[in-house]
Design a protein around this ligand. Structure first.
Ligand code: ATP
Length: 364
């Protein structure tokens, strides 16, 4: 295992996706180098809106299967506002990859960094350190996962289905409890909050019921419940009280942007999407066409997503050395802010994508 070069399927995509992916690769390679591990071998896969415009395909032929054969998938960002499928929806091979590989566990860490913008005046905003675990294959996105599942009936009515399955929900809650346990070992409080709308929807009551069934398997983790509307309020009123939040796909989509906003902006929002066989790692932001090609994108979300990938691969391959490279990236970014060395344009500073990358490389 030690000598095997891990293969990463690399989908840079559109807009700033390309720029931030290059930054993430540079940092990952350096961190692996520093911790004595082999660099990855990257298998580039063309996909996205620009590719669709050129070829009529949203991913290269055979690209989905090739992505699944790699040890993990890294994606920049996909989509351009002016390029759409015929029905007007955004180009998204990413949703199909999620569906095909059943990447149910969407992990979105939300952490306050020193000297980075805080939207809340309360001093405790500096203690924000939580994870939103967003189910990523079903829920209300079930309709979007496969093109055509949403319906318009006779131009009179449109329907999208919200689907919750026992199988996925059990795995999701187990993943959430296990994540809370892993974080507890590193000093977090060890709590998993079930965020739903169980007071209104049958599907959500089912989601909560399964949470309660799984909870006794993790007696060391504190259980907690919140309705999604109250959770939105609490993420503004007292985000520092939360540890891991587990929720349905659409709720998680919205709450993770909200939570991301509390600790800076989209340029800090890292994301992992993990299934039973593979994982896809990407910044939670989009292709940001408004700033593409200007060296203004904040690459930290992509870089921190790279750290999540290293941590995932450490567990998947049973090679704890990869976790050292992941920790090294996390601590370097933290130190960069603590020592006031990182000033992204996104936060009103003067450092673009390349300058941030250079600074981190130097620190590494
Ligand atoms: P999607 O629906 O694919 O998430 P979107 O159009 O909703 O895409 P983004 O592309 O993420 O959203 O862009 C939203 C805003 O955030 C834009 O103004 C963009 O410039 C800004 N933004 C996103 N990512 C970054 C980044 N890495 N650095 C700086 N600004 C960013």
């Amino acid at each position: 295992m030690e000598n095997h070069k891990l293969q990463i399927a690399l989908i840079k995509g559109d807009g700033i996706g390309v720029e931030v992916t290059d930054a993430a690769i540079a940092i990952m390679d350096r961190a692996l180098n520093k911790t004595g591990k082999k660099e990855f071998s990257y298998h580039r896969i063309s996909a996205g809106a620009s590719y669709y415009r050129e070829t009529g395909y949203d991913i290269e032929p055979g690209g989905e299967a090739a992505a699944g054969r790699a040890d993990a998938i890294f994606l920049g960002a996909i989509g351009l506002p002016e390029v759409r499928y015929e029905d007007g929806t955004e180009i998204s091979p990413h949703l199909r990859l999620r569906d095909r590989y059943q990447l149910y566990a969407g992990v979105r860490p939300v952490r306050a960094y020193p000297n980075a913008p805080r939207r809340l005046a309360d001093a405790r905003a500096g203690e924000i350190d939580l994870v939103i675990l967003r189910e990523s294959t079903e829920g209300l996105f079930y309709s979007a996962a496969v093109h055509g599942r949403g319906q318009v009936i006779d131009n009179r009515e449109a329907r999208d289905v919200l689907r919750i399955t026992r199988d996925t929900t059990e795995k999701l809650h187990r993943f959430g409890f296990a994540l809370a346990r892993k974080r507890k070992q590193r000093g977090s409080q060890g709590m998993l909050t079930c965020v739903d709308k169980a007071n209104v929807f049958t599907s959500m009551a089912f989601f909560r019921k399964i949470y309660a069934e799984i909870a006794p398997e993790f007696p060391d983790i504190r259980t907690d419940y919140n309705y999604v509307d109250a959770q939105a309020l609490d993420l503004i009123r007292r985000p520092w009280d939360f540890d891991v939040l587990v929720t349905e796909n659409m709720f998680g989509d919205i709450l993770s942007d909200l939570a991301g906003g509390l600790v800076g902006g989209m340029g800090m929002a890292a994301c992992a999407e993990i299934g039973d066989e593979t994982g896809l790692f990407q910044p939670a932001h989009g292709s940001a066409p408004d700033i593409m090609g200007q060296d203004r994108a904040n690459p930290l979300a992509a870089i921190l997503s790279g750290a999540l990938m290293l941590e995932y691969l450490a567990e998947k391959t049973g090679n704890p050395g990869l976790a050292d490279a992941s920790d090294l990236i996390d601590t370097t970014v933290y130190r960069g802010f603590a020592e006031n060395r990182l000033h992204p344009v996104e936060f009103g500073g003067a450092m673009g994508t390349r300058a941030i990358t250079r600074e981190l490389l130097e620190m590494l």
